[in-house]
Design a protein around this ligand. Structure first.
Ligand SMILES: Cc1cc2nc3c(=O)[nH]c(=O)nc-3n(C[C@H](O)[C@H](O)[C@H](O)COP(=O)(O)OP(=O)(O)OC[C@H]3O[C@@H](n4cnc5c(N)ncnc54)[C@H](O)[C@@H]3O)c2cc1C
Ligand code: SF4
Ligand code: SF4
Length: 432
């Protein structure tokens, strides 16, 4: 359903189609309150026109804030102009992370971590659909009146179309990753104009940092944030280059993931899965495809979400859940009975593999495919698993991104790199 900013109507009742057998069908009607006259400083500001240069310039991740009148706060709120994860952790979770606690250093503040998967996976979801299921439950059980999530454009399965969903159909339509930069915060202006008071936002780290920075200005009574980890994101053009360079059939790819078995898994439209070893990727060609924002990003694990749902800290085939605070626990409690759950595990030692990968990536070394496959098999058997795999991925990406910031934005290095990331990177010897 399209939300008309000028005329929010009372016809926006959740229609609650059932999501598998497990979804609660209770509904609480959503009655929009009349729009308020402009009273706050941001009401006089104007969203930037599509395509115009953003305040963060080439570092902009297109988070969507500048597509709204909240651009008024961009200098404080933008994750690339004013990195402020530690103070925002204090506001959101009551304290910033303890850098001497290894789990907090890596995964941020949390009450609980676990591996989980849906007993009845949601067809067409990225993994088993835990994110979509939680969002649907929150709407149908009346915890929120709307959900900010991202569907795809009709003409292109990978082009993002952020929406303010008010029905479960609209949330389900947003399932599966759009593996591109996505202006998820662009519906925020609609939220305030509609008079909505209880909201769920689904998003990745840079979007959530900007959201938390303006949270107090949104006029909400309750905000829930369901995050996913995120790394190596690309523009739509960059995605095309990646698909064409890496997959045998780029035009039929419907989803892909960099998996814990050290291979990229491409899901194709006919249901087949193509696996390409990480070590065989053409890094010399692909080096430039990641967006500059993502080469300077250190919020892999979405530190400011209430609940994070990813996969990298879980054994192969399972999703990885990080419950950061009471709101996150409340969200998870809605669906626990729909999940298989097991404790997190960790095995192996990542350090040498990370140290070896740093100069190899830096020089753009690509192995022949037979050697890449062999190396993938050996590392999959002997390499890091569970939380140690997550640490492997965090270490390698933070080392690469630290070097990128140091070389391209030396004046930003001190302020932009959070203390936890500096500590993680300091374990390794980096090239100049
Ligand atoms: C760009 C991106 C990169 C990721 N990288 C990693 C990673 O490196 N390691 C890891 O452990 N997990 C990563 N994840 C998370 C993981 O791929 C799954 O999204 C997550 O486990 C949830 O799976 P699900 O089946 O529960 O999601 P689904 O039920 O399929 O729901 C997916 C949700 O993601 C939202 N979404 C889709 N695309 C975007 C986007 N571009 N920006 C913001 N929100 C979006 C949609 O609104 C939808 O609600 C990434 C996610 C994204 C979007
Ligand atoms: S990242 Fe977001 S807040 Fe920063 S300039 Fe881009 S759209 Fe604006
Ligand atoms: S990698 Fe970081 S900057 Fe890039 S889209 Fe993901 S969260 Fe945003």
């Amino acid at each position: 359903m399209t939300f008309d900013t000028q005329n929010p109507t009372p016809s926006l009742l959740p229609t609650n189609p059932r999501l598998g057998e497990n979804l609660c069908t209770d509904t609480l009607p959503y009655t929009p309150t009349p729009p308020q006259p402009p009273t706050k400083p941001h009401h006089k500001a104007k969203a930037l026109k599509p395509g115009s240069r953003r305040p963060a310039k080439e570092l902009c991740s297109e988070c969507g804030l500048c597509d709204t009148y909240y651009i008024h706060y961009v200098k404080e709120a933008c994750a690339f102009i004013n990195q402020q994860i530690a103070p925002l952790e204090e506001v959101t979770h009551g304290r910033s992370r303890n850098l001497d606690n290894e789990d907090e250093l890596y995964f941020g503040i949390h009450q609980e971590m676990m591996s989980a998967r849906k007993i009845k996976p949601l067809e067409g979801a990225q993994w088993t659909g835990i994110v979509t299921t939680i969002a649907c439950e929150m709407l149908t059980q009346g915890l929120v009146e709307g959900v900010v999530c991202v569907q795809n454009r009709d003409e292109d399965r990978f082009s993002p179309k952020p929406v303010l969903a008010t029905t479960t159909e609209e949330i389900i339509k947003a399932r599966v990753n759009k593996p591109t930069l996505s202006p998820n915060l662009s519906p925020l202006e609609l939220v305030e104009k509609s008079g909505m008071k209880r909201l769920l936002v689904i998003g990745v780290g840079c979007q959530i940092q900007a959201l938390r920075a303006v949270e107090a200005k949104l006029g909400l009574e309750k905000l829930y944030v369901l995050g996913t980890p995120c790394v190596d994101n690309v523009t739509r053009a960059g995605l095309q280059k990646f698909l064409e360079t890496t997959s045998k059939s780029p035009e039929t790819v419907v989803a892909y993931e960099f998996m814990q078995d050290f291979r990229v898994h491409f899901k194709h439209a006919d249901g087949s899965v193509e696996k390409v070893p990480f070590f065989g990727l053409k890094t010399n060609i692909l080096k430039d495809i990641f967006a500059p924002s993502c080469m300077t990003c250190f919020d892999y694990v979405n530190a400011l979400a209430d609940l994070v749902v990813g996969y990298m800290g879980a054994p192969f085939g399972w999703q990885w859940l990080v419950v950061r605070n009471e709101r996150g626990k409340q969200m998870l409690d809605l669906v626990r009975h729909q999940l298989h759950i097991q404790p997190v595990m960790s095995s192996g030692d990542r350090r040498q593999a990370v140290q070896n990968s740093i100069p190899a990536y830096d020089k753009g070394i690509t192995l022949p495919m037979w050697a890449a496959r062999l190396m993938g098999i050996v590392i999959d058997k002997l390499g890091p698993k569970g939380l140690e795999y997550a640490r492997f991925s965090i270490d390698s990406h933070f080392a690469r991104n630290y070097l990128y910031v140091k070389r391209n934005y030396p004046e930003k290095l001190e302020q932009h790199v959070p203390e936890y990331a500096k500590r993680i990177v300091s374990q390794y010897k980096l090239p100049d």
